[in-house]
Design a protein around this ligand. Structure first.
Ligand SMILES: [Fe+2]
Ligand SMILES: [Fe+2]
Length: 356
């Protein structure tokens, strides 16, 4: 069956029993949790404004700079849930098993932004004024998917949930705060279950529509960008997050793309026609390309962490909008911070992998 031959209604109808089965499995596996129990309220104090408390200032944040960047990106990404709900509900529908899943998923996702914001406010982790300004701009712009088919959308959410799980996990490992680590691990556990739902649904899609589904997966992986990529100042933050080892091409390849292709048994997938075989070839090429990109990025980050005044350094210092501490003397301080950030994050990730 070619991609063009798979009508939207056919995809939704064929996969609905799978959605029903996987939703039941999800509800069985999901553990309810209470966001308010994960926020270190005792660390908080009133802010300036109507309560007459203390305004935020940069030295109040004990978190490494790259962790602050990652928290802002992860939180703003979660903030755009209304757009994601709209995209998924209009694409897959609000009735039957699809609708039940979309609403359940939305209710679970809604905890993430709420609890992350409470955490960063209680910890005074980032500038709350700049964060709110960014939220207004980011959510005010919204997120719009231009993916051409429901199979592309399914492939996208599968990759995105896995990438988000990894991003939250690695922030927890790098934040040096027991409360933060516990919270990020809790959110990551939610994202993991979301990923398992979508991955196994996508595995069924590969069974029903092998050529069209594998083509969709190849398209999505080739052009993959996180939904938070439209956050103002994203690029500069992404560079620091990558240099700190929290999320970069290495992480994407080792913890997202490779395990996903293995989990979907892409290498041995039966029933492929010429379109499916072409898609599989593109995926192999993509893996090779990511490997080369990761090697180049490692060299760049080494230079960033040992040299001052590189192009990447200049890039990383522009347009973040959340730091009031930028100014004289920040160059050497930032370099040292980044070096420490990267080494601790990488060490933490490796230690966790060794335990796994
Ligand atoms: Fe989430
Ligand atoms: Fe999720």
């Amino acid at each position: 069956m070619t991609e063009a031959a798979v009508a939207v209604e056919t995809v939704l109808r064929e996969l609905e029993p799978s959605v029903e089965r996987l939703l039941a499995r999800h509800l069985d596996a999901a553990r309810d949790w209470l966001p308010h129990q994960y926020v270190p309220w005792g660390a908080g104090r009133d802010y300036d404004g109507p309560l007459g408390g203390t305004a935020w200032s940069p030295e109040q944040s004990a978190l490494p700079r790259a962790v602050q960047d990652a928290l802002v990106v992860n939180l703003l990404t979660e903030d755009n849930l209304p757009s994601y709900h709209f995209e998924i509900a209009t694409r897959f529908g609000r009735d039957g098993a699809w609708g039940a899943w979309v609403h359940r998923w939305t209710a679970e996702e809604d905890r993430h932004a709420a609890v992350l914001r409470a955490y960063v406010h209680a910890r005074r982790a980032v500038d709350p004024v700049a964060l709110e300004e960014l939220r207004m701009r980011h959510v005010g712009t919204g997120f719009r998917s231009d993916l051409p088919t429901p199979l592309h959308s399914l492939a996208y959410v599968t990759v995105q949930e896995l990438a988000t799980r990894q991003a939250h996990r690695n922030v927890g490992a790098a934040c040096h705060d027991a409360a933060g680590q516990r919270l990020m691990a809790r959110i990551a556990a939610d994202e993991n279950l979301h990923m398992l739902f979508y991955r196994d649904l996508f595995a069924d899609a590969l069974g029903f529509f092998p050529d069209a589904a594998l083509t969709a997966l190849a398209d999505v992986l080739h052009g993959f960008a996180m939904p938070g990529a439209t956050i103002p100042g994203f690029r500069a933050r992404a560079v620091r997050i990558a240099a700190a080892g929290i999320y970069n091409v290495d992480v994407h390849l080792a913890h997202v793309v490779t395990p996903l292709l293995r989990g979907l048994k892409v290498a041995t997938l039966p029933g492929l026609g010429p379109a499916g075989e072409r898609a599989r070839d593109r995926l192999v090429l993509h893996l090779e390309r990511l490997g080369a990109q990761a090697a180049r990025a490692r060299e760049l980050f080494e230079r960033m962490n040992t040299d001052s005044g590189t192009g990447a350094d200049a890039d990383a210092g522009t347009g973040t909008g959340t730091s009031r501490g930028r100014g004289r003397g920040r160059g050497s301080e930032t370099k040292t911070d980044r070096y420490a950030d990267r080494n601790t994050a990488v060490a933490a990730v490796r230690a966790r992998e060794a335990q796994a």
